[in-house]
Design a binder for this molecule. Structure first.
Ligand code: B12
Ligand code: SF4
Length: 448
């Protein structure tokens, strides 16, 4: 069969440029490509970088779906169905809200592709396709398949050295897809040798681990770090704030080449943290956490969510002050968004507070619910305001890291990605995303 795998176009937020939409390829699709028996032909089309060819003669279309692209996925599906092609959808949103997805495609897959994909292909060949596929019970890390990295067209992306070492997260914060009924129940790690194999396939010294939580099983993380230390890599990852209690792990991270950590601080208001059951976050220890990371020369990308029920309009000003005072190197902000299937969605729905059901607005830059202690306008304006303020020249200078060695990557991200992102996008359009990405990695690798 000729199989087309599609990632629908994401809808950029007001502060996004092509640097975001062309950031990296879909690991889900590259994994499905690798799972597909070689007798089939696989084509990948990522609508963020390619035009979808609806008229190409294909036997099957499979789409990967996150919540924000659900509407577009349905549109794409209809185009192919009108041409007589069967369409299958899977991914985080289909798994989280299978009820909402089930009749929108010929078939949906709940959970990971690894165990069911070959069965789906057989059923398509035998014209006996089922409406729902699911087989995730007791899934093991060694069942996770590597993405087929050889299929990436490097010219189209800014960064392609991405590796997933796990699935799921041991925590279940109310607003996260990990709180959904269908989400993977246990956190699983891949065998360390499989991760090392991926690193070698990528032939690079600079890696981004894109797990939800790189320290979901700290013992495993320590073992991996021991193995990657001799490879002399530089790497980044996302971790949870309970790393404050793991100074040895932080030491090993630094020694094995860690440059920066993405952390979901979410809020500096402890009542807000409690309201979404982010049990591992202790606001009173945030400054210690920042200090432990900074003193090891590791930078922080802090993520915040605004509009939690205990937040009022004061939260923006106090959060900005905290960010600047603690010299947080980069910041990602979100408006609280109740993804269907999550605990947060269920509770807001029960309280009749969801005011916008258009999933295209569920990309964390729209207010889709009725906030409790501020107006929707205050929330939206505060969200735009804090993005602008964090990246003013004055605040960039105030947040300069203590170590001069970090100034180049710090300034590159703050100025070239955030402050003057449109200009960088223009340069990338002229020179190519690959060349600019390669240059950034070359610089990043030389930072001690
Ligand atoms: C890397 C990443 C990005 C990259 C995207 C790169 C790309 N081109 O895909 C960037 C930084 C650009 C990004 C952007 C955004 N992201 Co993002 N991102 C991730 C992250 C960290 C990893 C995704 C990944 O590659 N995982 C590894 C792959 C192998 O796993 P997987 O996608 O789950 O695929 C497996 C199964 O789901 C299944 N599967 C998936 N698709 C399909 C399709 C078929 C047909 C089948 C059979 C099976 C199947 O099989 C796969 C193999 O096991 C996830 C968190 C996470 N851990 O998944 C968030 C995540 C996907 N992102 C999320 C969000 C919200 C966004 C943004 C909207 C954020 C924003 N405010 O702008 C945007 C836009 C999203 C979009 N439309 O792509 C949410 C989605 C929530 C939801 N309910 O849908 C997640 C889950 C983060 C979170 N915890 O909330 N993101
Ligand atoms: S710690 Fe992060 S990834 Fe884990 S459940 Fe909470 S929000 Fe999701």
């Amino acid at each position: 069969m000729k199989i087309k795998l599609i990632q629908p176009a994401m809808l950029p937020r007001p502060m996004d440029t092509k640097l975001k939409t062309r950031m990296s390829p879909s690991l889900a699709l590259l994994t499905i490509a690798n799972l597909t028996p070689k007798e089939h032909e696989v084509i990948i089309e990522n609508e963020n970088v390619d035009k979808i060819d609806f008229d190409e003669n294909v036997d099957l279309v499979a789409i990967t779906v996150t919540v924000d692209v659900m509407n577009r996925a349905v549109e794409i599906s209809k185009e192919f169905q009108n041409r007589g092609v069967k369409v299958i959808a899977g991914g985080i949103h289909i798994t989280a809200d299978s009820e909402g997805a089930v009749n929108r495609f010929d078939a949906i897959i709940i959970g990971m592709a690894e165990r069911v994909w070959k069965k789906v292909l057989k059923d398509v060949e035998n014209d006996s396709i089922k409406k729902i596929y699911y087989d995730m019970e007791n899934i093991n890390g060694n069942e996770i398949v590597s993405p087929d990295y050889s299929m990436i067209d490097n010219k189209k992306y800014l960064y392609t050295n991405i590796i997933s070492t796990s699935r799921g997260c041991p925590f279940k914060c109310d607003f996260c897809y990990n709180s959904c009924t269908n989400s993977i129940k246990t956190y699983i790690n891949r065998p360390i040798e499989d991760v090392i194999k991926d690193i070698k396939v990528l032939k690079t010294k600079h890696i981004m681990f894109i797990d939800d939580n790189f320290i979901g099983n700290p013992k495993w993380t320590k073992e991996l770090l021991k193995e990657i230390k001799p490879l002399k890599l530089k790497w980044n990852a996302a971790v949870t704030s309970n790393i404050v209690d793991m100074p040895e792990l932080l030491d090993e991270m630094k020694e094995s080449g860690c440059q920066s950590l993405f952390i979901g601080f979410e809020s500096i208001n402890s009542k807000s943290i409690e309201s979404v059951h982010k049990i591992q976050n202790s606001v009173s220890r945030y400054e210690k956490l920042v200090d432990e990371i900074h003193k090891r020369g590791i930078m922080i990308n802090a993520s915040f969510v605004f509009g939690l029920d205990e937040d009022d309009a004061e939260i923006f000003k106090s959060t900005l002050e905290w960010i600047v005072k603690n010299k947080i190197e980069t910041v990602t902000s979100h408006i609280m968004t109740p993804y269907p299937g999550t605990k947060l969605y269920a509770s807001l729905l029960k309280e009749n507070r969801i005011v916008d059901h258009n999933l295209s607005n569920y990309n964390t830059s729209h207010v889709v619910y009725k906030p409790k202690n501020m107006t929707a306008e205050e929330l939206y304006d505060g969200y735009l305001w804090i993005y602008k303020e964090v990246y003013t020249l004055k605040n960039i200078i105030k947040r300069l890291p203590k170590s001069k060695k970090q100034w180049i990557p710090f300034l590159a991200f703050n100025l070239l990605y955030r402050k003057f992102g449109r200009l960088t996008e223009l340069v990338c359009n002229i020179v190519s995303f690959e060349v600019i990405g390669r240059f950034s990695r070359w610089v990043a690798y030389r930072i001690k």
